[in-house]
Design a protein around this ligand. Structure first.
Ligand SMILES: C[S@@+](CC[C@H](N)C(=O)[O-])C[C@H]1O[C@@H](n2cnc3c(N)ncnc32)[C@H](O)[C@@H]1O
Length: 316
C-alpha cells in the first residue's frame, strides 16, 4: 500500500548506470543518499544479492516507511538519519573509506507532497512547515514571520526564479502584520493576488515558484547539495560511479558545475595530449544530461523535470 505512493524515477536507467561498478566489486557497497521510501534501494538489493547499501535520509517519516518496505532486506542495508552533506562523516563513522557507487534522487518524495500537513503542496491547505526534517530547523512559517523584506525578495527571486518577487514580498509583510498569513492556502492566495492577471494565465499555478523558493530556503537545499557532491565525488573508488537525478535547474547547475570541474583536464587548452599528472581522474558516463523517456513521463509526472547525470572515477 505505502509502496504505491512513490514510483521510483528512471529506476532501470539508474541500475544500468551503477551496475558496472557493482558487478566489478567482490563485496559491493553503494550509498543511496536519498533513501525516500526505498524504491531504488529495494530494486538494487533485489537485483544484487551480495550488495550492501548505506542509505541516508533527513526525513524520519521516510525512514520509518522505508524500514518497513525493506524489512526483508534489512541485513544488507544500514539506514542513517542524516543530511547528505554529512556523507563523509557517516562513512567515516562506519569505518568505510570508499564505496562502489552513490545515488542521489534529489528533492521531495511524493509521500512528502501527498502528506498535506507537511506544507509542501500549494494545492492543499496546511500549516506552513516544509521541513524535510521535522525534528530540527526553522519552518516556512518562521521564515515568513521573521525575514526582512530584502531577504524575502532574495529568496523568492533567486530560488523561485520569480519575476514578481518584490510584490509578493511586499504582500507577505502586509499579511503577516495583519495576522493573516498562517497556512499554505493563505500564502497561495497572497502570491496569486501579487501576480498580474495576464502573467497568471501562463506557467501553471502561480504559487509554484514561491513554494519552491521557500522549500529550498527552509531545507537549505542548494548549499547542502554544494557541499555534498564534492564529498560524493571523493568517496567513490576508481571504477566507482556517481549518479544524480535533479528536478529543477538550480540543483542541476550545481551538479553540472561540480562534474565539469573534475572531468576537465588540467593541461593547457589546445594541447593534443594531456601533460603528465594533469589528466582528469573522472569521466562523464553521460555526455551532458539525460531526461526520462516519454513513456515514463506519461505514467509518472514526477519524471518530467528530471535531469540525470553520471560520473565515473578513472584514476586515484
Ligand atoms: C525523491 S525522494 C527519493 C525517493 C527514492 N529514491 C525512492 O525511490 O523511494 C528524495 C528523498 O531525499 C530526502 N532528502 C532530500 N534532501 C535531503 C538531504 N539534504 N539529506 C538527506 N535526505 C534528503 C527527502 O527527505 C526524500 O525522502
Amino acid at each position: 500500500m505505502q509502496e504505491a505512493l512513490h514510483i521510483p524515477v528512471a529506476l532501470d536507467r539508474c541500475i544500468a548506470l551503477l551496475s558496472p561498478a557493482i558487478e566489478s566489486s567482490t563485496n559491493p557497497v553503494i550509498v543511496d543518499a536519498t533513501l525516500g521510501l526505498g524504491g531504488h534501494t529495494k530494486a538494487l538489493l533485489s537485483k544484487y544479492p551480495n550488495l550492501k547499501i548505506i542509505a541516508l535520509d533527513r526525513d524520519l517519516k521516510a525512514i520509518e516507511i522505508a524500514t518497513t518496505n525493506l524489512s526483508n532486506l534489512s541485513d544488507r542495508v544500514v539506514i542513517v538519519h542524516a543530511v547528505y552533506d554529512e556523507l563523509a562523516t557517516v562513512l567515516e563513522n562506519l569505518g568505510i573509506s570508499q564505496v562502489d557507487g552513490i545515488l542521489f534522487d534529489l528533492g521531495v518524495s511524493s509521500m512528502q507532497l501527498d502528506q498535506a500537513d507537511r506544507g509542501f503542496a500549494y494545492s492543499q491547505d496546511a500549516p506552513l512547515d516544509m521541513r524535510m526534517d521535522q525534528s530540527s530547523g526553522p519552518s516556512a512559517q518562521d521564515i515568513l514571520n521573521t525575514y526582512s523584506y530584502g531577504d524575502l525578495v532574495r529568496v523568492i527571486r533567486n530560488f523561485g526564479e520569480e519575476k514578481f518577487a518584490t510584490k509578493i514580498a511586499d504582500n507577505i509583510i502586509k499579511a503577516r502584520e495583519a495576522g493573516s498569513l498562517n497556512s499554505t492556502k493563505d500564502l497561495a492566495e497572497i502570491v496569486k493576488a501579487s501576480i498580474p492577471a495576464p502573467a497568471r494565465r501562463t506557467g501553471g499555478n502561480p504559487a509554484k515558484r514561491t513554494f519552491q523558493a521557500l522549500r529550498i530556503e527552509v531545507n537549505q537545499e542548494l548549499s547542502v547539495l554544494e557541499r555534498a557532491i564534492p564529498q560524493a565525488i571523493k568517496a567513490i573508488r576508481v571504477g566507482g560511479r556517481l549518479v544524480v537525478m535533479s528536478y529543477q535547474s538550480l540543483e542541476d547547475k550545481i551538479v553540472k558545475k561540480a562534474f565539469t570541474q573534475v572531468t576537465e583536464t588540467n593541461s593547457p587548452l589546445g594541447l593534443p595530449f594531456d601533460l603528465p599528472n594533469s589528466a582528469a581522474s573522472y569521466k562523464l558516463v553521460i555526455n551532458g544530461s539525460e531526461g526520462a523517456s516519454d513513456l515514463e513521463i506519461e505514467t509518472n509526472a514526477r519524471a518530467q523535470s528530471m535531469r540525470l547525470r553520471a560520473l565515473e572515477r578513472v584514476a586515484a
